[in-house]
Design a protein around this ligand. Structure first.
Ligand SMILES: [Zn+2]
Length: 191
């Protein structure tokens, strides 16, 4: 799933389930983004420091063992569960929501990655669920998956804007939905 979708959908689902305080709402969004932060870090390094060509970044460098291990750690369900258990034991609500949101992120990625599937059970197992559906690859129902993802985000955005969106929040929501709409039209509908 695309990173902004994780942030928006995690915020809506955790807020609906737990009636979060404003601080915990930010935490839920942060937890939705956190597992993908190493991927952004890798891209910035590959593009601007190592100056690798775009094609090599995603087809080769992304699969280098060190990068894959870092991404496996950030997308690990057992490690997030361990964090949740420690936070519950210590009564740290911010860390609890952060870990819950990371787990939701992982559960969102699990059915939507094909050849770039993460090792969600690392370090207990290196097994990857190679889903028949990819959130981006047209060869693996990408058009349908992206259509469903963007629709879910649009509905979640409407729900948020009717509830508690700040001015900055509203601008971000409109921006994300606009980018998704334009991206979909260009990439899948070839408009
Ligand atoms: Zn992810």
């Amino acid at each position: 799933m695309n990173t902004p979708s994780h942030a928006i959908l995690n915020l809506v689902s955790l807020d609906a389930a737990l009636s979060l305080t404003p601080t915990l709402r930010w935490t839920a969004m942060l937890g939705g983004i956190l597992p993908d932060v190493p991927i952004f870090g890798f891209y910035i390094w590959a593009k601007f420091i190592a100056k690798l060509p775009e094609s090599q970044i995603w087809s080769e460098a992304y699969y280098w063992p060190l990068n894959q291990t870092i991404v496996a750690i950030s997308h690990s369900i057992p490690l997030a569960l361990l964090g949740l258990a420690i936070a519950t034991w210590q009564r740290w609500p911010i860390v609890q929501v952060l870990c819950l949101s990371c787990i939701l992120h992982d559960l969102g990625d699990l059915p939507l990655h094909h050849e770039d599937a993460h090792r969600h059970f690392f370090p207990l197992s290196d097994w990857r669920f190679i889903s028949p559906v990819s959130y981006w690859d047209p060869k693996h129902y990408g058009a349908i998956a992206a259509g469903c993802e963007f629709t879910a985000v649009a509905i979640a955005s409407l729900w948020l804007s009717g509830r508690s969106a700040t001015k900055i929040g509203a601008i971000v929501l409109v921006g994300v939905n606009l980018l998704y709409g334009l991206g979909y039209a260009r990439f899948y509908l070839k408009l």
